[in-house]
Design a protein. Structure first.
Length: 296
């Protein structure tokens, strides 16, 4: 239905994740002569985010658009007639059919016009509203995952740059990590931390791991398996506060299951991987209808 309604020539795609790239490929297959522009806020074209943990084996960010996880590259997109813009969309003017953006890393502003606008903005990592987890005064309304909005030592698990930052922290001496989230995303992040040879802790607020997919008995079996790898599991835990010293993470205050008083788990890295939320800030700003739980 979407392809059938795109009768015009100037097609602008916001976002260049896996879904956006799949859309572009299908649109190109129609050979309808559309002029396609894609605005990508990461410093490289689309790559396989689902297998992100594989990057810890490849470590090939220097290959830019030729990584093993890459779906495409700049030369191929140019050959296909797709204009790739490295920028972060900051506004949509529906009256003039223009999108405003700022160039990633340069701060330069630009605009692009469209006849059809496809929003493939994806999601951002949910960060629990716990004291010390974020820096409210540095909140970025155009980029919820902005590292500058979190204290040093708090990471999300979403992009190549996130993983590069984690590896840099380990090289700088980080040795103990707490992963917040015991679901599929959290356990993937825990495996990444484990591969970095860090002392690893998984913090899950539910009574057992992967509560969405498993019952309690299966969750306990999984816990035993995870702990056999020397990854410490804290299920049924309450997260009270991120402990900071001179702006850096030194621990996380929690109340363990069955305990009454909080204790401080000494860590120098916190990886948040406990779900995502839709990137719908542009849609809301443009007056588009969003779902009850967010999303266009």
């Amino acid at each position: 239905l979407l392809f059938a309604t795109i009768m015009s020539k100037q097609v602008v795609v916001l976002g260049h994740g896996p879904i956006a790239h799949s859309f572009i490929e299908k649109l190109l297959e129609r050979e309808a002569g559309h002029q396609i522009t894609v605005i990508c806020e990461e410093p490289r074209p689309a790559y396989n985010r689902v297998n992100l943990t594989q990057y810890f084996q490849d470590k090939d960010a220097a290959q830019h658009d030729q990584m093993k996880l890459s779906y495409t590259n700049e030369a191929t997109l140019k050959e296909q007639g797709v204009k790739l813009v490295y920028g972060r969309a900051t506004g949509i003017d529906r009256a003039t059919k223009t999108v405003s953006y700022s160039s990633v890393g340069k701060g330069e502003a630009g605009t692009v016009t469209y006849d059809a606008l496809v929003m493939a903005t994806g999601s951002f990592c949910f960060v629990p509203p716990v004291p010390g987890m974020t820096l409210p005064e540095k909140k970025n309304t155009h980029w919820p995952d902005d590292p500058a909005s979190r204290p040093e030592g708090v990471y999300v698990y979403r992009t190549i740059e996130d993983l590069e930052s984690m590896m840099a922290a380990v090289k700088a001496g980080a040795k103990k990590a707490a992963v917040i989230g015991g679901g599929l995303l959290g356990l993937e992040a825990a495996k990444a931390v484990y591969d970095l040879k860090m002392e690893s802790h998984v913090l899950e607020m539910a009574p057992f791991l992967m509560p969405t997919q498993l019952n309690e008995k299966a969750g306990q079996v999984l816990t035993e398996k995870i702990q056999s790898l020397d990854i410490k599991v804290h299920a049924g835990v309450q997260i009270k506060e991120v402990v900071l010293e001179a702006g850096k993470v030194t621990g996380i205050k929690v109340v363990e299951k069955g305990a009454e008083e909080p204790t401080i788990l000494e860590v120098d890295m916190i990886v948040v991987s406990c779900g995502v939320r839709p990137r719908d800030e542009l849609a809301r700003q443009a007056g588009l209808e969003v779902g009850a739980r967010g999303g266009v």
